[in-house]
Design a protein around this ligand. Structure first.
Ligand code: HPA
Length: 270
C-alpha cells in the first residue's frame, strides 16, 4: 500500500490531475491515444514503483488528458504475466489508478476467436470472463483499504455500460459480438485441442491479459468495461495455419478505429 500511495502521489503532483476514467490499451490498440487531448505523457520507466514493459508493440507510457469531455488516464502498453512480472506488478497500475480517483475502467485486448460465428477483425464486448491464470491477483493479505477479502463477481462487467456500448456500435454501423473472455498466462498461443477446450468451457475469445486487471479493479470497487479485438480464429489452427504476432498486431490495427469510437462515445455518455 505504501508503494501504491507513493506512486499515486508522484503522479498527482506531476500532473495535477485526478481522472475519473482509466483506460488500458491492448496490443496494436494504442491508436486511441491520438483521440486524447493530451496534457501529460509519462514513460513507465520514469514512474516510481512501475515495472517497465518489454513487448514489441507496447509503448509503455501513461497518458493523462481529456477524452469525450472527461479527464482520463490511459496505459499505452500493459504489463503481462508472461513477461515474468508477479501479479502484484501486473495489477499495480490499476490500483494506482484507483488511488488517483478512477471509478470506471475501460480495457481492451487482442484475442483469439473461439466462437465459430466470429470473424477476424470483429469487436467483442466482454460480457464475462474465466480466470485460467495459475493464481488470483488478490492472493495474499487483503488490502482492506482497497476492498473486501471476498469480492463478489456476479456483475464483473457493468451491464449498463454493455447496453450503452451495443447501442453506440449499432448506431454507428459497427459490427460487434459479445461474449466470454478466457484469460490464460501464455506466452504460447493455444494448441488446436486447447482452443477446443476453451470453447467447451464456455469462452468465446482467449487472450493473455485483462482478467488480473479486472479482478483487481472490481476488488477496488471500480466499474469495468472491456472490448476484445478478435485478431485470429481458432479454426485457423485446425487448418495448420499458424497465427503470428505480426498478424495479431496488424488485424488489431485495422479494428482499432472502431474500438476507439465505441470507447470515446461511451466515455462521453458517462
Ligand atoms: N490466443 C491467446 N492470445 C491471443 C490470441 C490467441 O489466439 N490472439 C491474440 N492474443
Amino acid at each position: 500500500m505504501k508503494q501504491l500511495k507513493e506512486t499515486a502521489a508522484f503522479l498527482k503532483e506531476r500532473t495535477g490531475m485526478e481522472p475519473g476514467v482509466g483506460i488500458i490499451l491492448g496490443s496494436g490498440l494504442g491508436g486511441l491515444v491520438e483521440e486524447i487531448n493530451i496534457s501529460h505523457r509519462i514513460a513507465y520507466e520514469d514512474i516510481p514503483g512501475f515495472p517497465v514493459s518489454t513487448v514489441e508493440g507496447h509503448d509503455g507510457r501513461l497518458i493523462f488528458g481529456e477524452l469525450g469531455g472527461k479527464e482520463v488516464v490511459a496505459m499505452q502498453g500493459r504489463f503481462h504475466y508472461y513477461e515474468g512480472y508477479p501479479m502484484e506488478k501486473v495489477t499495480l497500475p490499476v490500483r494506482v489508478m484507483r488511488l488517483l480517483g478512477v471509478h470506471t475502467l475501460f480495457v481492451s485486448n487482442a484475442a483469439g476467436g473461439l466462437n465459430p460465428a466470429f470473424e477476424a477483425g470483429d469487436l467483442m464486448i466482454i460480457r464475462d470472463h474465466i480466470n485460467m491464470f495459475p493464481e488470483n491477483p488478490l492472493r495474499g493479505p487483503n488490502i482492506d483499504e482497497l476492498g473486501t477479502r471476498f469480492p463478489e463477481m456476479s456483475e464483473t462487467y457493468c451491464k449498463k455500460l454493455i447496453g450503452q456500448a451495443k447501442r453506440i456500435a449499432a448506431d454507428n454501423n459497427i459490427r460487434f459480438q459479445s461474449g466470454v473472455y478466457i484469460g490464460s498466462p501464455g506466452p504460447t498461443l493455444e494448441t488446436p485441442a486447447e482452443y477446443r477446450m476453451f470453447h467447451k468451457l464456455g469462452a468465446d475469445a482467449t487472450g493473455m491479459s485483462t482478467v488480473p486487471e479486472i479482478i483487481t479493479a472490481r476488488h477496488a470497487g471500480m466499474r469495468c468495461f472491456g472490448i476484445s479485438v478478435i485478431t485470429n480464429l481458432s479454426e485457423q489452427s485446425e487448418m495448420d495455419k499458424p497465427t503470428t504476432h505480426e498478424e495479431v498486431q496488424s488485424v488489431a490495427g485495422t479494428a482499432a478505429p472502431r474500438m476507439t469510437l465505441v470507447f470515446k462515445k461511451l466515455i462521453e455518455s458517462l
